[in-house]
Design a protein around this ligand. Sequence first.
Ligand code: 5RP
Length: 233
Amino acid sequence: MNIPKHQQNDIAKQAAGKAAVNYIQDGMLIGLGTGSTASYFIDALIERCHTTTLKIHAVATSERSYQQAKSGGISLYDINQITQLDMTIDGADEIDRKKQMIKGGGGALLREKIVAYMSQEMVVIVDDTKLVEYLGCFPLPVEILPFAYQSTLNQIHLLGFQGRLRQDAQGQLYVTDNGNYIVDIVTKHPFQNPQQDHALLKSIPGVIETGFFLNMAGRVIVGHNDGSIDIIE
Ligand code: 5RP
C-alpha cells in the first residue's frame, strides 16, 4: 500500500515523539515544545502518566501546547513559578550535523528558546526530513516588536536579509502568543555563519529573538517513515 507522503511524515514524527517519553523520569520538571512533533510527544506523555505511576510537572511553550497538556491532565506550572527545568522536549524546522537549528515555524520560537535555556537538556525530536547539511532552506523566523515594525523590517533589509511579515490564514499579520509579529527571512544560499547572522539581526532594537537555536540541542531523536528511530547523542 502506498502511504501518502504527509502521513509517512506523521509516522516519523510520532515515532520520535513517543520515543522521547522514555527519557522522562519520575518527578521531573519538563518543558513542552510546540508543533506537530511536540504534540505527539505530549500525547504520549499524557498516556504514560495515565497508564503508569509517573508523576511530572511541566511548563508549556505555547497556548496550544498548554491547552493540550491541560486537557490531558498534566500538572502545569506558570513559567514564573520556576527558574529551572530538567528537560525540554521540542521539535525543529531544520537541524544540521552540528545540531544547530532553525525553529519557529509554529511561531513559538521566543518561548521555546527561553524554556530551552532554562533546561538542563533540550531533547530535540524530528522526522528525518529535518536533517540538513546547511541551515537556510527553511525560512528563518524572527520575532519582532509590533512598535515600529515597518522600520524594523526595513533595518532587516538594510542588513541584506530578505524578509516578509508572516500572515495568518485570514491574511492578517500573524501575532505570536507574546503579541509580537514574525518576519520570515528567506535566503537563496545557506546561512554561512548563523552566529554572525543571529548577532546582526539581534543588533536591531525591534528584533526580539531569532529562530536560530545554536548550541542548544542535546540528544536528538530522529524518526523515520517506517516507525523506527535513530538517536544522535
Ligand atoms: C514551533 C517550532 C516547531 O518545533 C517546528 O516548527 C517544527 O514543527 P513540526 O514538529 O510541526 O514540524 O519551532 O515554533
